[in-house]
Design a protein. Sequence first.
Length: 406
Amino acid sequence: MFELTEHHKQLIDEVARKKGFTDYELTVAPCLSKGGNFMGIVSAVTIHNSEKKMEVVLKSAFSYENEKPPKMLSEAYKREIYMYTRIFNEFFKFQEEYGIIEPFNSVTKIQNYSDVEGSQCLIMENLKTGGYQLWDKTIPLTPEHMEKVIQEYARFHAVSFAMKHKNPKLFEELTSPIERSIFDNEDMISSVDKSISYVTTLFKNVYEAIEGDTHLTEYAKEIETKLPQHLWEGIRRKDVKCVVSHGDCWCNNFMFKYKEPQNRVTPSKICIIDWQLASLNSPLYDFAYFFLVHADKETLNKYEEYLDLYYNTLSKQLENFDCDPQEVFPYATFEEHANFYGFYQVLIAIIVLKIMLCESEDAPEFSDALEDIDKMIAGMEFDVKNKEVYHNRLKDLFEFLNSRNF
C-alpha cells in the first residue's frame, strides 16, 4: 500500500490551505492498477473535514530509497512539470491573442509539484470528480472516440505550427528544453544489436498471430529486418521536429466526459493526460501511435478518412491563426510524415496492444528497466491470457500495413 511521505504531505498541505482548509484528514486510494502507469504511482487523495472535501491526484516517481533514480525517470517528471507550468500557459495565451473559438485546452490543472530529484511528483485536479472516465483499454475505441482524439491532437499541434510561424523566437526558446526525446540518449541507443534483439523478441508475437499465412509472414520478416534502423533514424531525424508532441498516445492517457455518463457513445469532452514523453517531433508521431494502437479492423480500413480528418482539422485551425496550411505544413510533407511514422509506430503498436490486453497481475514492471534495454526485452516476455484477442488485433494490424505498403 502506498504511503504519503512527509514531502507529499507538505505539498498537499499547501494546496489544502490555499483552498481554505485548516484542520483536515487525508484519505489515499490507488488510481490505477498495475500496468496503468510505468513511470510512477498514481493515487487519489481526498482532503476532508466535517464541512467540506477536495479530491486531487498525486502522481509520484518510484522510490529508489538511497539510490539515485534513473536519469530518464527524473527527466520524465521534469518534462511533465515543464509542460504544465510553462508550455501550456504560453499556448493558452497565444490562442487568446488570436481569439481562437475552439482552442486546445484539454489538459488538467496542476495544483502543486516538486522537482526535487528522488521526490518528484505532481498534484493535479481529480478529473473523475468532474465526470471524466477512462476507456476500457481491452476494447478498441469507437469511431466517435477516435474522431474526438484525432481532432484534439490536430488543435494541439496547430498551436505549435502557428507559434513557430508567427513567433519563431518564442517557439524556439519555449521548446528547447524538450527538443530531444527522453529516449534520445547514449545509454538507450548505444547498440543497434540490442534494438534488433528487442524487435526480434516482440515479433515472436506477430509470427504466432499470422501463423499459416505465408504471404503475411514474408511481409512481417521484411518489416522486422528494416525496423531497427528505422527506429533510430526516427529518434535522430531533425527535419520532423516541427511541433510539441504528446508522445504517449495510449488510451490510459485520455479521459472522456459524456453528456449522459451512462451512455458512453459520443464523448462531449476529452482531457489528455501524462505528458512525460512530450518532445519536439512530427505531429504524425502522435497520430500514427494513436491510430495503430486503438483502431479495430473496420477503422483501420478507413485510415485515409482519419488522415483527412486530422489534416482538415489542422488546416482550419491554422487558418484561424491567419496561417496558410500549405505554407506551414504542406500536404506533401504531411503525406511523407504519415508514411514514415505509419511504419515507425509498428513496434509501439505491438508493445502497447500486448500491455493493454494483458491482465493487471501479468503487466510488466519497468521501474528498474528505464535505462536498460536488456531488462526491457525481458520485461516484454510475458503471456497474454487471452491470446486469441491479441493475435486477432496483430493480424488485423499487419494485414492493414501490408495493404498500404508501409
